[in-house]
Write a protein that binds this ligand. Structure first.
Ligand code: NAI
Length: 284
């Protein structure tokens, strides 16, 4: 695989584009507008420069990676990709529409179309694409250039060859550690993580303790690197809400249902770190 397409250049898409470019692939990232595409380009360059400052990569590596990446609002530029990773917002209708369009745009017969979704059924995305045997879930973790884990999610209609190719690509080309999960909302990690985060948000809503004390409790009491409310801010509160809604829709377990305060915060534009405010304030 030589040419990678990434749809959505937000928190995850920009990280996935960086991972691809650093692995030697040509990467085209598609956003909703030219302005959003330029914002994605700035995110990728900012992250590469931070890695350079920390001594993880050289200036020459940054230059080569930047040369390999393009940013556009034109979905048609995905036509000659070998692999596409869709990382647009966690909205089912948006993803269904993208899979329908991109399924028709891809020119190479063996091109693979994947989604970084956290909770939307892969089988539905495959059906929308018209090439379901070459569609699967590939779930990266945030920040994608740093986190080793990738969940691979074949659906009922994914071919064994597609899974084999992605397993090899994730491990050998990207240097990730893949695990496999079935096509159920949340896969392995979010099925365990999201109810925990939602419980912490409910605890905060009920006034058990301050955000800082809830987080400190889990950092010092359980040895977690970060507390649940700070982690929710990092993931994005809109994304947590969307994953909770999908999990609840699939399993009807009350613990997956987003609490009212999460709805109110998202409706107010408090999305966490990416919007500058969530449970904590952040610099722009
Ligand atoms: P985000 O809100 O940071 O970025 C989403 C991007 O998608 C935005 O820049 C938006 O403009 C773009 N977008 C929306 N509709 C589009 C379209 N039709 N075409 C092209 N671009 C479009 O969200 P984030 O966090 O990057 O999440 C993206 C996906 O990754 C979601 O499916 C989410 O569940 C998943 N994910 C998120 C993780 C996290 O920690 N935030 C971790 C792993 C997966």
């Amino acid at each position: 695989m030589e040419r990678l397409g990434v749809i959505g250049g937000g928190l995850m898409g920009s990280g996935i584009a960086e991972v691809g470019a650093r692995a030697g692939l040509d990467v085209v990232t598609v956003e909703v507008s030219e302005e959003a595409a330029q914002a994605a380009a700035a995110r990728v360059e900012g992250s590469l420069r931070r890695a350079e400052k920390r001594g993880k990569i050289t200036t020459a590596d940054v230059d080569v990676a930047l040369e390999r990446t393009t940013f556009t609002a034109d979905l048609e530029l995905l036509a000659d990709c070998d692999l596409v990773v869709e990382a647009a917002s966690e909205v089912e209708q948006t993803k269904l529409d993208l899979f329908r369009r991109v399924g028709a745009i891809l020119q190479k017969d063996d091109a693979i179309l994947t989604s970084n979704t956290s909770s939307i059924p892969i089988v539905k995305l495959g059906a929308a694409s018209g090439r379901a045997d070459r569609v699967m879930g590939v779930h990266f973790f945030n920040p994608a250039p740093v986190m080793k884990l990738v969940e691979l999610i074949p659906s009922l209609t994914t071919s064994p060859q597609t899974l084999d190719r992605m397993r090899g690509f994730a491990a050998q080309t990207l240097g990730k550690e893949p695990i496999e999960a079935t096509d159920r909302a949340g896969f392995v990690v979010n099925s365990l993580l999201v109810p925990y985060l939602l419980s912490a948000i409910r605890m905060y809503e009920a006034g058990y303790a301050s955000a800082a004390d809830i987080d400190q409790g889990m950092v010092l009491g359980c040895g977690h690197p970060m507390g649940p409310l700070a982690l929710s801010d990092l993931i994005g509160l809109d994304t947590i809400r969307a994953i909770g809604q999908s999990l609840y829709q699939e399993f009807k377990e009350p613990l997956y249902s987003p609490p009212p305060i999460l709805d109110r915060m998202v409706d107010a534009g408090l999305m966490g770190k990416k919007s500058g405010h969530g449970f904590y304030p952040y610099d722009a």
